[in-house]
Design a binder for this molecule. Structure first.
Ligand code: KIV
Ligand code: ZN
Length: 510
């Protein structure tokens, strides 16, 4: 029987550290439910010492999920470990994840600690965490740039103190696959107690090698991979879950291991992360990019028609990208909608269902087929974003070749109606100028992009914006069959996220 690789998902912790990708508690909960459905083994739900918002989200996720392990990150301090434990203590399967840097550069310049002090701190932290739970993970931050023998010494001490998983991060994305695999082999063979713990790796993508390094490490014996959906994360991101899982799935002879991932949920999960965070996936991204299964060249298309395996190493259905999706239309009733939403992971209250049904009917009037992606938009925008400061009541634009583009807008600002009108050099500019006046924002629009959620001319347009204000960065996303409305929704979502960041400051960062 092939060995199992534990999939440790850190989209909600390391992934959320991507600039602008912050999520509110409702959004985090929704994503956690989807990650459980996807079949990940461990969810790193946050860093409870970072902010009250993080603590609250981790606690709620720990209370709600039943099958998956829930972990919270903690530095090696008593205070961090207390906060992490308090946040996860109601989980069915809690795990404390504590870490300290082990490279000379981090110990000398960041921690200002000697090697011996770092070993003591790691051991004390693991021992303290063990007073709460048996399930303790220890990470050696910047492990790939640490002295090999020192790394073995720290891991040995952490395991003897009770760590059940030891994690080797390539924190700055510096490693090369052969070298990283060699490091894994070295540490596994020079740490006497390594057999008592699961060996884990955690890679970053600064050189575009995160997946290659993770796969090489698994080949060399690592049995836990720390990953994020769509590879989101700080700087160039983390190892992408879908790339590692599909590599293992597609090349079982190269590495005879399995995972618990139900691959058909990969694509819907990827979409959900995009929808919630506003971080779009590049079209040529492996596995989940819009072009990942598109064959343009004539010679490829000819081969594909004769036999899909000529150019296709994976089937789109395997990741949940199916041409035969379940579609609802304007005649579908409340029960059909409720069942579909339940299957997607939403258990809505009567009031919520009423609201979603109303929006669904409005959309079905504009668009013949309503698919899961459309429903996901209605729920993420209508329910998960309920605590919004600004919402759109009304938008009217006039534009064309002979008129000055003008927008009239009515908003709710903290439940109070405000309205106004404004001009711009196009309808979107006019709408944005008016919204900026009504909200009084001083934010700057750094990026604006439009794409289509599904195929066809009646597809919903999906707009993302990137805003900055006093050093805070927020992404906003909106979708609607009308791209000007989608743009206004994206802008308001970005402004709401900025408001959220102002009221939920990060007090501690890694
Ligand atoms: O990249 C890193 O080193 C981390 C650790 C905290 C595991 O995210
Ligand atoms: Zn990391």
């Amino acid at each position: 029987m092939s060995e199992r690789v534990i999939i440790f998902d850190t989209t909600l912790r390391d992934g959320e550290q991507s600039p602008g990708a912050s999520m509110n508690t409702a959004e985090k909960l929704r994503l956690a439910v989807q990650l459980e459905k996807l079949g990940v083994d461990v969810i790193e739900a946050g860093f409870p010492a970072a902010s009250e918002g993080d603590f609250e989200a981790v606690s709620k996720i720990a209370e709600k999920l039943e099958r998956v392990e829930i972990t919270g990150l903690a530095r090696t301090s008593v205070q961090d470990i207390d906060l992490a434990w308090n946040a996860i203590k109601n989980a069915k399967k809690p795990r404390i994840h504590t870490f300290i840097a082990t490279s000379d550069i981090h110990m000398d310049h960041k921690l200002k600690m000697t090697r011996d002090q770092v070993v003591t701190s790691a051991v004390d932290a693991v021992k303290y965490a063990k007073t709460f739970t048996d399930n303790v993970e220890f990470s050696a931050e910047d492990g790939s740039r640490s002295d090999r023998d020192f790394l073995c010494k720290v891991f040995q001490a952490a395991i003897e103190a009770g760590a059940t998983t030891v994690n080797l991060p390539d924190t700055v994305g510096y490693a090369i696959p052969e070298e990283f695999a060699d490091l894994v082999s070295y540490v596994r063979s020079h740490t006497p107690s390594i057999g008592k713990a699961v060996f884990s790796v955690h890679c970053h993508n600064d050189l575009g090698l995160a997946t290659a390094n993770t796969v090489a490490a698994i080949k060399a014996g690592a049995r836990q991979a720390e990953v994020t959906i769509n590879g989101i994360g700080e700087r160039a991101g983390n190892t992408s879950l879908e790339e590692v899982v599909m590599t293992l799935h597609t090349r079982p002879n190269f590495i005879p291991v399995t995972t618990g991932i139900k691959t058909e949920h990969i694509y819907p999960t990827s979409r959900l992360v995009t929808m919630i965070t506003g971080m779009m996936v590049q079209p040529n991204k492996a596995i989940v990019g819009a072009n990942a299964f598109a064959h343009e060249a004539g010679i490829h298309q000819d081969g594909m028609l004769k036999n899909p395996m000529t150019y296709e190493i994976m089937k789109p259905e395997t990741i949940g990208l199916s041409a035969n999706k379940l579609v609802l239309g304007k005649h579908s009733g409340r029960h059909a909608l409720k069942d579909r939403l339940k299957d997607m992971g939403y258990d809505l209250s009567g009031e919520e269902l009423k609201m979603v049904f109303k929006k669904f009917k409005e959309l079905a009037d504009k668009k013949k087929h309503v698919v899961d992606e459309d429903l996901e938009v209605i729920v993420t925008e209508g329910i998960l974003r309920t605590a919004d400061t600004f919402s759109l009541d009304y938008l009217h634009v006039t534009c064309g070749t002979t008129v000055l583009p003008m927008a009239s807008v009515k908003l709710q600002v903290n439940g109070r109606p405000v309205q106004g009108a404004g001009y711009g050099n196009g309808p979107i500019d006019a709408a944005f100028n008016t919204i900026a006046n009504l909200t009084g924002t001083s934010s700057e629009l750094l990026r604006f992009s439009v794409s289509a959620i599904t195929g066809g001319t009646d597809a919903q347009g999906e707009v993302t914006v990137r805003l900055s204000e006093n050093g805070l960065i927020a992404l906003g996303r909106g979708a609607d069959p009308d791209i000007i409305t989608a743009s206004a929704l994206a802008y308001l979502n970005g402004l709401n996220r900025l408001e959220y960041l102002k009221t939920h400051p990060i007090v501690e960062s890694i």
